[in-house]
Design a protein around this ligand. Structure first.
Ligand code: NAD
Length: 288
């Protein structure tokens, strides 16, 4: 079997166009343009590419997207006060805190300071709690992107064996909840699974495999179940090239659908951030 490629760039373009149309309608209805603030502390080089793709997506959609660069010497209290100021500003409709943050800064405490109706990454504990209850439309962006690609193949997830490799707060855990919402039977694997020598078996069972490890080519193509859907979230730089966590060529021979890296989940992530932001904007417009 030769897998069909799940093209994240194409899906991102389609979604961006839909969001652009929606923002135009919202502008007519409320007389306002959504405005979001990305807080970046210090000059982390990684802020570059994700930040740029956020700005590109925002510009296309018609969102006013700004960056606040805080000094790497900023204290936790100064950061919390800064977030509070943005919470109180009626012209800011969405806030995100770029990761990583310098040592000594408590990321989750700062994200929890963002009011839930401005938390465009969906990482505030209130939004994570609502996600757990299946009652939010603010979904952590990477898992929202992975889910959009998965749903684009048109498979019915109910009762499917879904295996996630990686249990991070930003990808693996939200993905687990989203797949459960769709009635998949979900297994979450992590380092402990590998240490027990059980990862190969778990991967081999997966009708839907979502991998977010940060380990280039760790999942061997030969482990992948015939006819499965493989969503590779990994982004790893190897010898100047970006590769995923799954050994692509062999996996593509076995799977029915597979995401490429680059060009799969990555291009959709920033668009999902904007989608969340449009939801927070609508909530705020309905609050006034
Ligand atoms: P993380 O380091 O927070 O989590 C990695 C997870 O993988 C952990 O739960 C760990 O238990 C698991 N893991 C690591 N080694 C393992 C092993 N040998 N066996 C089994 N499990 C193992 O990483 P993260 O932030 O979730 O990111 C994962 C990958 O996804 C990275 O490559 C990152 O660059 C990428 N990513 C992509 C996007 C995107 O927009 N496409 C967004 C976020 C992260």
């Amino acid at each position: 079997m030769s897998a069909r490629i799940l093209d994240g760039k194409m899906l991102a373009q389609r979604l961006q166009q839909e969001l652009k149309n929606e923002v135009e309608l919202l502008r007519v209805r409320f007389g306002k343009t959504p405005r979001f603030m990305n807080i970046t502390i210090g000059q982390e080089p990684s802020a570059g590419s994700y930040g740029k793709s956020q700005k590109r997506a925002a510009d296309f959609i018609g969102i006013d997207y700004q960056f606040a660069y805080l000094s790497s010497q900023v204290t936790q209290k100064e950061l919390l006060d800064y977030v509070h100021g943005l919470n109180e500003d009626p012209d800011i409709h969405g806030i995100m805190l770029h990761k990583p943050v310098p040592e000594g800064i408590d990321f989750q405490q700062a994200v929890n300071r963002i009011v839930p109706h401005k938390d465009i990454e969906g990482m505030n504990i209130a939004n994570l709690g609502l996600l757990m209850l299946g009652r939010t439309n603010i979904i952590p962006c990477t898992s929202a992107a992975a889910m959009a690609l998965l749903l684009s193949c048109g498979i019915d997830l109910a009762g499917k064996e879904a295996v996630i490799v990686g249990r991070s707060e930003i990808v693996g855990k939200p993905m687990m909840l989203l797949l459960l919402e769709k009635n998949a039977t979900v297994t979450v694997c992590h380092r402990g699974t590998s240490k027990a020598g059980r990862l190969i078996d778990q991967v081999g069972r997966a009708e839907v495999l979502v991998v977010a490890m940060g380990k280039p080519g760790f999942i061997k193509g030969a482990w992948v179940r015939e006819g499965s859907v493989v969503i590779d979230v990994g982004i790893n730089a190897v010898n100047g090239k970006i590769v995923g966590d799954v050994e692509f060529d062999e996996a593509a021979r076995r799977a029915a659908f597979i995401t490429p890296v680059p060009g799969g989940v990555g291009p959709l992530t920033a668009v999902m951030l904007m989608k969340n932001g449009i939801e927070t904007f609508k909530t705020q417009m309905q609050m006034v």
